[in-house]
Ligand binder design. Structure first.
Ligand code: PMP
Length: 439
């Protein structure tokens, strides 16, 4: 058996993603084990997981059912090529997902991450219009303060300067809706009453460029990793109406919102709007094995598959590991846990307590704003320093206090595993208060 030393001898060789490498390596935070709601550090300390890893470990850490399913697959069907061959597990995952996705989103295309799910959805949107004889529809509409992963399509439609500025121009012809956070949304619990009119930005793009130029509009139902921006009431409905009126595909990026985070299966269910495609990843496999997916409507699948002549390949797109056996096994085991433990309803049940604890932080002087929905919350810290400097320090302070919470810039994102109990919520928010009250 390979033995991994508990404290690495050198940290330099691993160039860490989205990390201040110099800062981190001077004072590393190393996690060596995880079970349930807790991590163990290399110092043997227990740290409560306030962010479900990165929004992915919905069913809690160290789930034996998933480990066993993966382990069995490793020795029975380690790999099967996904092009021109199939294996039972990926069809089963697709069937299970189609049974919970909204509307007629019955066709599932697999990727290995959220970023790849987004790229796949954008490419499917373009291929769909091409198959309909409308290949000139190439403009992609995204939104400010959106995060859609790190590949070029996702970067293009996303709305975060830091993620884009070193990497050139992205894809041509993209337009961005304004983000939905208005000044009168300060400390609003749940969906803001104002702001639905921001959806009219899409109509402006139609008026400016012509509907026949626009392929799709992609939004996160709740913009998760950029601060938990909750959609104003009526906003997503209005996007849907404009898309319908002009033949534009509506894509919900549910990489964070999906699988119960909102207290419903998908954000689409929480907000009562059915998109044409849903992207998902993260909690699909409980974060254990990388896997992403796009669920597409009957119409999209049929249009693309029926347009291809004879026996030709309909969509020239896919990944070596699309729906691979190990990820599929992890996804099935995760789905089973969701069903057996009724995790989506559980999240709904825990929501009032979570939201109350979240908004109880409003009296702290450092807290500039709070947003929340389901088992997700964003707490903005006031800062007079360079953006992100306070957030970086706070990450360490949380860790020293025995808490992991994801900081995006100066915003703390709280999204515990859906298995959390009352005492875990109490522990997370007591630690948040202890740390933030010293600011
Ligand atoms: N879309 C959204 C909405 C996300 O939150 C994320 C990841 N935080 C991604 C896409 C990218 O997922 P991944 O990191 O698995 O590529």
């Amino acid at each position: 058996m390979n033995v991994i030393p508990p404290i690495p001898n050198s940290l330099e060789q691993h160039w860490m993603p989205f990390t201040s490498n110099r800062h981190f390596k001077a004072n590393p935070r190393i996690l060596t084990a995880a079970k349930g709601m807790y991590y163990t550090t290399d110092h043997g300390d227990q740290v409560i997981d306030g962010s479900a890893g990165l929004f992915c470990v919905a069913a809690g850490h160290g789930r034996r059912e998933i480990a066993e399913a993966v382990n069995e697959t490793l020795t029975t069907l380690d790999y099967a090529p996904p092009f021109q061959y199939g294996h039972p597990a990926s069809f089963e995952v697709a069937r299970r997902l189609a049974s919970i996705t909204p509307g007629d989103l019955n066709h599932v295309f697999f990727s290995n991450s959220g970023s790849e799910a987004v790229e796949s959805a954008l490419k499917i949107a373009l291929a769909y219009h091409k198959a309909k004889g409308e290949g000139q529809r190439m403009r992609l509409v995204g939104r400010e303060r959106a995060y859609h992963g790190v590949n070029f399509g996702g970067l293009t439609v996303a709305g975060l300067l830091n993620n884009k500025k070193a990497f050139g121009l992205g894809l041509p012809g993209a337009c961005h809706l304004r983000h939905t956070e208005l000044p009168d949304h300060q400390f609003v619990e749940g969906q803001p009453e104002t702001g639905a009119e921001l959806a009219e930005d899409l109509q402006r793009f139609v008026d400016l460029h012509g509907a026949d130029q626009i392929a799709c509009c992609i939004v996160e139902p709740i913009a998760g990793s950029t601060g938990a921006l909750i959609p104003p009431k009526g906003y997503l409905q209005r996007l849907r109406e404009i898309c319908d009126a002009h033949g534009i595909l509506l894509i919900f990026d549910e990489v964070i919102c999906g699988f119960g985070r909102t207290g419903k299966q998908f954000g689409a269910d929480a907000f009562g709007v059915i998109p044409d495609m849903v992207t998902m990843a993260k909690a699909l496999t409980n974060g254990v094995v990388p896997m992403g997916a796009v669920a597409c409507s009957d119409h999209i699948y049929e249009t693309i598959t029926e347009a291809a002549p004879g026996n030709s390949i309909e969509l020239f797109h896919g990944y070596t590991y699309s729906g691979c056996p190990v990820a599929s096994a992890a996804a099935i085991a995760t789905r089973n846990i969701f069903d057996e433990e009724d995790l989506v309803n559980r999240a709904a049940k825990m929501t009032p307590k979570f939201q109350e604890a979240l908004f109880s932080l409003r009296d702290l002087p450092v807290v500039a704003n709070i947003r929340g929905y389901g088992l997700m919350g964003g707490v903005d810290l006031a800062t007079a320093e360079a953006p992100g400097a306070r957030g970086l320090r706070t990450t360490q302070e949380f860790y020293d206090a025995g808490l992991i919470v994801k900081m995006t810039g100066d915003c703390a994102l709280i999204s515990p595993p859906l298995i959390c109990e009352d005492q875990h919520i109490d522990e997370i928010f007591t630690k948040l208060r202890d740390v933030l009250s010293k600011h």
